[in-house]
Design a protein around this ligand. Sequence first.
Ligand SMILES: NC(=O)c1ccc[n+]([C@@H]2O[C@H](COP(=O)([O-])OP(=O)(O)OC[C@H]3O[C@@H](n4cnc5c(N)ncnc54)[C@H](OP(=O)(O)O)[C@@H]3O)[C@@H](O)[C@H]2O)c1
Length: 310
Amino acid sequence: MQALLFDHSAPGNLRLGSVSDPEPAADEAVVRVIASSVNPGDLYLDATPEGSVPGYDAAGVVVRAAADGSGPAVGTPVVTLGFAGGWAELRAVRTGWIGVAPAGADLAAVSTVPVAGTSALRALHRLGPILGRRVLVTGATGAVGRYAVQLSRLGGAYVVASTGDPDANGDQLRALGADEVVREPGDLDEPVAGVIDVVGGERMVQAYEKLAGDGVLVSVGHMSGGGEHFPALAFSGHDGRNNRSITSFFLGAYAGLSTDLSWLAARVADGTLSPGISRREDWKNAGTAVQALVEGRDRGKLILDIGQHA
Ligand SMILES: NC(=O)c1ccc[n+]([C@@H]2O[C@H](COP(=O)([O-])OP(=O)(O)OC[C@H]3O[C@@H](n4cnc5c(N)ncnc54)[C@H](OP(=O)(O)O)[C@@H]3O)[C@@H](O)[C@H]2O)c1
């Protein structure tokens, strides 16, 4: 089969090449991939072995069901998550990380769900109940942030979106469900019950400072690249500010994501959730498109079109 292979001498460290078809384990189905979305995690390439196939996200159609009887049948449109192997004509993926997409769904749109959508959803679960509570989302225009804003709103929260450029991004964030848009967490007037943070650094310190008592900050990402310096007594509880916590997050640690993947794919397919695609490219152009992301000349959600519906 054809696949995108890491080649550290090629543009974007990627070249199209031939590899053996995947040999599925008993709990894996084989999917013919139609589209994949590119995540920041796909771009951290330094330690990646030459010749391996990257790609966390992939949406496509099952061409071989899992031998153990789990998961969807042949012909089912699906959305899949894995640590690698998504940027290939065929992907073997364990059925616990396969969601069913509605018939006729735009598989490019649902391919944005696995990393970004399920991370936002699972991180929000870590906040506990959000109905009627204030939730802050940092890096709100990013893929995780956009889903977190939309899902927080769906969950009945008052949503505060923090974005580096509120003048440019305010309208789109309000259209996604943000009640309030700020430049940085330090600008908040009132405390929040929960924070989904993808920026880290000084913004995380500010966000923690805005947490109400019993509030939870989930640290999903560190786009700023900065570390955190908390002032003295930041962690001492006092009246109204007790039991605040910061928790780390790793999507790969979750089993049983199928239900979430299916639920999110259905919400994208029916238009409840906007996938926020900013660019689509034939996978033959993946190298130059990924290079533009790595070098900061492009940003937003890139989709690679890998195959076509039968
Ligand atoms: N822990 C996990 O399991 C897990 C899972 C998924 C993702 N992640 C991580 O979460 C992070 C976000 O992923 P994503 O897919 O949402 O990325 P993304 O689509 O590239 O968006 C990231 C957003 O962060 C903000 N940002 C970017 N560079 C920044 C900088 N230098 N300083 C401050 N803010 C900056 C921008 O938002 P504004 O312009 O709106 O401020 C940007 O839109 C990544 O680090 C990713 O690796 C972790």
